[in-house]
Design a protein around this ligand. Sequence first.
Ligand SMILES: *Cc1c(COP(=O)(O)O)cnc(C)c1O
Length: 391
Amino acid sequence: MSDTKTLDREYIAGTYGRFDLELERGKGSMVYSADGKEYIDLGTGIAVNTFGFCDDAWTEAVTAQLSQLQHSSNLYYTAPQARLAQMLCEKTGMKKVFFSNSGAEANECMIKAARKWSHDTYGPDRSTIITLRSSFHGRTITTLAATGQDVFHTNFGPFPDGFEYAEPGDLAMAEELLKKGAAAFMLETVQGEGGVRALGKEYIEGVYALCRKYGALFCVDEVQTGNGRTGRLYSYMHYDVQPDIVSTAKGLAGGLPMGATMFAESTANVLTAGLHGSTFGGNPIAAAGACSIISRIDGELLASVEEKSAYIVNELSGAKGVKGVSGLGFMLGIATEAPAKAIVARLMEKGVLVLTAKDKVRLLPALNIDFELLKKAVSLIKEVIADETPA
Ligand SMILES: *Cc1c(COP(=O)(O)O)cnc(C)c1O
């Protein structure tokens, strides 16, 4: 075993079941292992490396900032953070941004702001936040409570109160819960970790209308779906809705840790001086990376994501061993007859890195992946799925 694997197993807390693969360097959608093998990467570090590994423009933006000012704390003004907030607001119509360092933190901020808004608007007794079954909102104690999966509600109790879980797709149930008086409804438009399940237009717009009817905030967790991943800058833009709060993280800074919570007019002034903060939040290097990413997610790129996504769906739908393809844009889940884990392992041997989500094979390619490279990977995926499928 390599030194890295030995040291990792000895000294790193055993929270991760890692693949037996040590990655050393990457460029674009190609990544190279420590033992010299090359792989086509369709996982992007779980939807993080928006433009692949070490994209030139991103690397230049980050290294330029790195030698200028790496950190200042939020006691001072810094340009990358201000420019990024402006860019996000201009592209979304949101009014204010709070920066943090991860998806869980972006959601913590969203939850705190929703509760504070309800406190300001209705008084202290209307704190419930409705989330969905099969959702995933993070690993802090409160975002675990928000996560609508029983497997996450063990070991670490007591969990905070104030979350109720609705069944995705069931508008009657959403209405029943909202009727009781909630602060907010919080959802992912495509449930990522929950199995790449797209909620669909009717349900999302239905929940939005119900939030308006019953005076609850409509909050969207775009930690995974955001930053171009689904073929829109933010996935809510596929629908006729205007969220009150949007959280995002993963792909925002293209591979550096950064979270953002964006507030619409309705919630723009809820968090005031001293109510929230983060030492690292809005770090200049991460913000410079994010400016490079967000400024380049334009209509042309998003159209190419949709085109390439349609290619994947078209190639795999009805292929041998494929039960169905779910998701949106470059956030795709493949339901297969053979176990997803075996397919992922076999693809790794063949030089293609893909992920799983629940019992599906999951694809999260870089937004700018070369079409010929993608076609090569898809043909290998098709071949492996067919090979693994029992006759
Ligand atoms: C990954 C994810 C999170 C948690 O993000 P971290 O950066 O791991 O804290 C929250 N919500 C969704 C939808 C996610 O996909």
